[in-house]
Design a binder for this molecule. Structure first.
Ligand code: FNR
Length: 183
């Protein structure tokens, strides 16, 4: 059994999402004692504070998955220079009721791919702001702004040769970060 269970949260719902593929390929670079499981966010209702006392089953499921994980991996595209609304919605759900946030003290890494040359830099910065408020310790370095272009993945869905060493290095530092911070 894996010693470190990681809840992966992907900010794109698109079937052929580069970020979904990136999450899968990254999980294959993880150490043997890490397991990666994607947490669904596509079936969460829009957050409404009126529902705090009576959350939907999908909200309870998400919160349970985050609570039982040792760490978090956010893999997100950039939408209009920020994070997609579906990701913010998931973050808002997990943060409430007040004082019961599931994000508190949960170590995390942030990464993302975009077809733009800046590779989600601005979305990641916005996400870091939110996670700082939520008291989620996020790996600072290395940063990884992944440009989704030809060759990023090989035919088996692994990271292609041009980016493999860099992203393996990122994963190694991420794993160190989780080991240091996991309760
Ligand atoms: C985008 N895209 C985009 N790219 C970028 O680098 N910066 C941006 O601000 C935006 N904004 C944006 C808004 C919206 C609504 C869409 C649909 C797209 C392009 C984006 O990088 C591209 O669609 C990626 O393929 C999205 O990631 P997934 O879905 O492939 O994971």
């Amino acid at each position: 059994m894996s010693q470190y269970r990681i809840a992966v949260i992907v900010g794109s719902l698109r079937k052929d999402s580069f970020n979904k593929k990136l999450a899968t390929a990254l999980s294959r670079l993880g150490p043997a004692d890490f397991s990666f499981e994607t947490s669904r966010i596509d079936d969460l209702p829009l957050y409404n504070q009126d529902d705090d006392a009576n959350p939907a089953d999908s909200v309870k499921r998400l919160k349970g998955e985050i609570t039982s994980a040792h760490g978090l991996l956010f893999v997100t595209p950039e939408y209009n220079r920020s994070i997609p609304g579906v990701l913010k919605n998931a973050l808002d759900h997990g943060s409430r009721p007040y004082g019961k946030s599931v994000w508190n003290n949960k170590p995390a890494g942030v990464i993302g791919a975009s077809i733009g040359a800046m590779g989600t830099a601005l979305a990641q910065q916005h996400l870091r702001n939110v996670l700082a408020y939520l008291n989620t310790p996020v790996l600072g370095q290395p940063e990884a702004f992944v440009h989704a272009k030809e060759g990023l993945f090989d035919t088996d869905g692994n990271i292609g040769s041009a980016s493999r060493d860099f992203l393996q290095g990122w994963m190694d530092r991420y794993a160190d970060w989780i080991r240091q911070h996991a309760a």
